[in-house]
Design a protein around this ligand. Structure first.
Ligand code: NAD
Length: 733
């Protein structure tokens, strides 16, 4: 029998090696066709007396599978949405059946009577790892990585993962791994007993065959009489030690915002009380339930489908040939320039790193040396790789070194005159078709382009700090920016493996405008006398990774002070709430509380190992409300609404033109509560009408900053969503 996605090695003494290698795909994924072929193979082997055992591996170098094609899940959503209007019960029943397909086939393999060994040659995620867990043995290459990351896109492992993991490893480790969606090294997976053997990649298949030759049983421990759970029964003294702590672990990880995570806890708890087949049914039920939640739909759309589309260049102008730069020049080797040099060199690009003198340029290069050193110490890079990265960075004060650069990125002081000067100097040295980009955070790109001979070759590439950790870049189009410049910027961002959003040129662009709202809402709460700890906790319970006051300390309180003063200078005194200015002005000029870098800001930063804590003096600045008098749920809403409203304004003004970019940009740029799917999906998820009503309620109580915009009112009246009006959904398909 032949298969499209699998090839079968010769039958060697009853052992067959199945190699999964999908044509026309760089990575193996599960599609309906792949599932059909696996089932056909399992059926064929089960009745073939000449087959004594099967090794499952992949033909893709360094990767077993990336997991399910989430587009398959989107297909399930769409069918469900289309059918549920007619007959909801029938639609739910169909969804339930389809949810169980993968799990049913894995169980069939597990109970087929033939022993299977998964030979995991590389990355093995999601449904692929669940397939491996259903096999009777698992061997992994020492470089392989594996895990069940589903919770990160709003769902959970629904093909046996929640049942087989806690039957192989202790309950606490199982829950930790499932709730965090952790990626495990082969060694860690072995220590958790999820993998039987770890070997060098070239010995993988042989080792798997050895296991079969040694008489691996085609029956799992949990299908045999007398099976004992690794942590003992749920209702036992051991269980009584584990389960009470689970609630706090779950709350800590999720703030109860993620239906997928909640379902994991329920599946493990209820499943461990039952035999495996019933337990798998429990998992299937919860999976079908979670798939119907808004959170799952929004997260899959933003964090998988849209992110992938943006990474693949959804906004790249068609028809411009590949412009991935080979050599990148960076002007300014400070905090940002040094970070950009590192990510570019790490991606294999040659870098010219320029500063005012050799010592300053060298200091910037030293940043890469220290980051690579850290990786080598942790065993995550080889010394030779560190050397190669550093050898690609030419640190110099000499602009002539820019002659071969395809792209030059400016990251000098945020000062128009300094930027103008370095732009002119670089332009003289650059080749005629090279592109110039500015990393400015506040200055309009269109006006900065005046210092460059051709505005069509000038663009903004706005990084976030720390550059090596933050996955987002904002590409800013000046009025005259041309397609070549945009294509170059996007090809560069793709090369350094970050996600781009493309925005039009306005003050604050997209992300910083929203973040500013987050921080100013916290100023309002402080002024109202909300206890600072409640402000920080409300933000975290709303799903934000960092409280607004802690974030303000990271970005520096004196920077907020400077931005406020510049805004008042440019847009008039009324542009800033005087109570906010008084607060920040006093923090900076009277109290010297400049943020984390000064060791004091909204928080105090005592010497380690002591932890930072909120500054006690903050409470004395404003008469404090009694905690019971504060509407905590409303604090959470205020944070999410104020940022979502700002995102809606950016779309109304045409700064952001595609809702996918506002969504992905808000999650990657400032950690906007991921379970919502992002700022715009937060609005669409509840419906524009409900959002407008919520804004009006908040406006009545807290003022006109919550007033719904004309566009929102119009959309509410017409029953539109952002995705239906602006077309992100259609583009994402
Ligand atoms: P920084 O002060 O750490 O670095 C600026 C560097 O530019 C310094 O090393 C300085 O020596 C160098 N420089 C100044 N004048 C120069 C000249 N004439 N020729 C060559 N080099 C010169 O500042 P930073 O935080 O890295 O910010 C740089 C730019 O990035 C600014 O435009 C800033 O707005 C923007 N930005 C900063 C952040 C952030 O979080 N810090 C985030 C995004 C964008």
């Amino acid at each position: 029998m032949t298969y499209k996605n699998f090839s079968l090695g010769p039958n060697e003494d009853g052992l067959v090696t199945v190699i999964w290698d999908m044509p026309d795909r760089s990575m193996n994924v599960f599609t309906e066709e792949v599932l059909g072929e696996i089932e056909a193979m399992v059926d064929a082997f089960a009745t073939d007396a000449s087959v004594k055992g099967v090794v499952l591996t992949s033909g893709k170098a360094g990767s077993f599978t990336g997991g399910a094609d989430l587009k398959m899940l989107r297909g399930m959503f769409d069918t469900f949405e289309a059918k549920r209007g007619e007959n909801r019960d029938a639609a739910v029943a169909e969804l339930f059946e389809r949810c169980g397909e993968m799990g049913r086939i894995w169980r069939k393999l597990e109970t087929s009577g033939k022993p299977y060994v998964a030979a995991i040659n590389g990355t093995c995620m999601g449904g692929g790892f669940e397939l491996a867990l259903a096999c009777h043995g698992r061997v992994a290459a020492d470089s392989a990585k594996m895990g069940l990351p589903e919770v990160k896109v709003g769902i959970f492992p629904g093909a046996g993962g929640t049942q087989r993991v806690p039957r192989l490893t202790d309950t606490q480790s199982a829950l930790q791994m499932l709730l965090k969606g952790e990626t495990l090294s082969a060694a860690k997976a072995k220590s958790m007993k999820l993998i039987d053997e770890v070997v060098p990649a070239d010995q993988l298949v042989e080792k798997a065959k050895d296991m079969l030759r040694a008489g691996l049983k085609p029956v799992k421990a949990w299908d045999e009489k007398g099976f004992k759970l690794p942590s003992g029964p749920v209702y036992s003294p051991a269980g009584a030690q584990v389960w009470p702590a689970v609630a706090s672990l779950y709350r800590k990880e999720t703030a109860d915002n993620y239906p997928g995570a909640r379902a994991i806890v329920k599946c493990v708890y209820e499943g461990l009380l039952l035999p495996i087949d019933q337990a798998l049914k429990v998992e299937q039920r919860y999976f079908a339930e979670v798939l119907q939640t808004t959170e799952a739909a929004m997260m899959i759309r933003s964090l998988f489908v849209s992110m992938q589309a943006l990474n693949k260049g959804a906004r790249r102008p068609a028809g411009v040939p590949d412009r991935t730069p080979r050599r990148v020049g960076i002007l300014g080797a400070g905090f940002m320039g040094a970070g950009i040099a590192y990510v570019a060199a790490k991606a294999g690009l040659d870098v010219v790193l320029i500063d005012r003198d050799q010592a300053a340029a060298d200091k910037g290069k030293a940043h890469s040396a220290s980051l690579m050193d850290g990786l080598v110490k942790k065993g995550r890079a080889k010394p030779a790789e560190a050397e190669a990265v550093l050898s690609r960075i030419n640190a110099t004060p000499d602009y002539a070194a820019l002659a071969d650069a395809d792209l030059v990125i400016e990251a000098v002081f945020e000062d128009r005159a300094v930027k103008g000067e370095v732009t002119r100097k670089a332009a003289e040295a650059m080749k005629p078709d090279a592109i110039f980009a500015s990393n400015t955070s506040t200055l309009p790109i269109t006006s900065l382009a005046d210092a460059f001979p051709e505005a069509t070759r000038f663009i903004g590439i706005h990084f976030f700090s720390p550059v090596d950790k933050m996955m987002l870049t904002e590409i800013i189009l000046g009025k005259e920016t041309g397609d070549e410049a945009l294509a170059t910027a996007l090809d560069f961002v793709r090369a350094i493996k970050k996600t781009p959003i493309v925005v039009n040129d306005t003050r604050g662009f997209f992300a910083n405008r929203c973040v500013l709202r987050y921080m100013t809402e916290a100023y309002d709460m402080l002024v109202e006398g909300v206890p600072p700890a409640m402000i920080e906790n409300a933000a975290k319970f709303a799903g934000m990774p960092v409280g607004p006051l802690a974030l303000n300390d990271e970005t520096a309180v004196d920077l907020s002070h400077r931005i406020m003063k510049a805004t008042m200078r440019d847009e008039g005194e009324d542009a800033i709430d005087p109570r906010h200015f008084q607060l920040i002005d006093a923090m900076v000029t009277e109290d010297g509380r400049l943020g984390r870098k000064a060791g004091k800001g909204f928080y105090d930063y005592p010497e380690k190992p002591a932890k930072k804590h909120l500054w006690a003096g903050l409470k004395e600045k404003f008469p404090q409300q009694a905690p019971d008098a504060v509407d905590f749920a409303e604090l959470k809403q205020r944070f999410l609404v104020t940022m979502a409203l700002e995102a809606a304004r950016t779309m109304e003004e045409g700064v952001v033109t595609d809702p996918r970019e506002a969504d992905v940009g808000s999650i990657l740029g400032f950690g906007y509560a991921p379970y919502t799917g992002g700022t715009i999906s937060y609005i669409d998820g509840m419906g524009v009408k409900a959002f407008v009503a919520l804004c009006e309620k908040l406006e009545a109580k807290h003022g006109e900053r919550f007033r719904p915009t004309p566009l929102l009112r119009e959309m509410a009246e017409r029953g539109e969503s952002f995705y239906s009006r602006f077309g992100g959904e259609a583009l994402a398909a």
